[in-house]
Design a protein around this ligand. Structure first.
Ligand SMILES: N[C@@H](CCC(=O)N[C@@H](CS)C(=O)NCC(=O)O)C(=O)O
Length: 205
């Protein structure tokens, strides 16, 4: 298996953390998805990473599909519960974390446009979405040590990858560690796990 990846991509980090937790060997191929024509297009019409290419050449995307596949192929470290209500709760956490990330990425992409092409109203809308999402995370996390059912799961992985990227790229200069202290504490706890510490976001090489 080969994972088309970038060391800065938070969705790719989600897959990398799952691979490590489940002790699944996988080659990492670093790609640049910025150019219109890029190496990913041949495998994924959306031209996005992560894309996982299986040994028989079958490409899998996006990160949610890939993590489900990995969960199914290895019984080591169960990250997605079997029970329907528990599973849906974990996947809703993932949807929330990915949604905050989607908004953060839009803020970042907008900030990279020419100044006169930027829309402040658009940026503000995405920032408001990011903040509502993080407020919801704080509420849902409450006093618990883990996002769902007192055990580490894909919910924590998705939230951790989201927070790690927000700290790395700082879209909109939002200081989430100061504004949402319980999330900062949660991220600190996650970074104690080798799977997180070993995949901290890095600038593309
Ligand atoms: N929903 C997708 C999002 C993937 C995504 O947006 N990846 C970014 C990198 S972090 C990307 O490939 N962007 C390239 C582009 O938008 O052109 C997933 O979960 O895999």
């Amino acid at each position: 298996m080969k994972l088309l990846a970038s060391l800065a991509s938070p969705y790719t980090r989600k897959v990398r953390v799952v691979l490590i937790e489940k002790k699944i060997e996988c080659e990492l191929e670093l790609v640049d998805v910025q150019p219109l024509d890029n190496a990913v297009n041949a495998h994924n019409p959306l031209g996005k990473i992560p894309t996982l290419v299986l040994d028989d050449g079958t490409p899998l995307y996006d990160s949610r599909v890939i993590v489900q596949f990995l969960e199914n192929v290895s019984p080591i470290s169960r990250l997605i519960p079997d029970d329907n209500r528990d599973r849906v709760a974990v996947r809703r956490w993932e949807a929330l974390a990915d949604g905050v990330l989607d908004a953060g990425l839009l803020v970042r992409y907008e900030s990279l446009r020419d100044k006169k092409e930027r829309s402040q109203a658009w940026t503000d809308k995405q920032l408001a979405r990011m903040r509502r999402g993080m407020e919801q995370m704080v509420k849902d996390l409450g006093e618990r040590g883990w996002c769902h059912a007192d055990r580490y799961s894909l919910a924590d992985i998705a939230v951790g990858c989201c927070l790690g990227w927000l700290g790395f790229r700082k879209p909109g200069e939002v200081d989430w560690q100061a504004e949402y202290a319980p999330l900062a504490q949660h991220y600190k706890r996650l970074m104690e796990r080798p799977a997180f510490a070993d995949t901290a976001p890095q600038l593309p090489r």
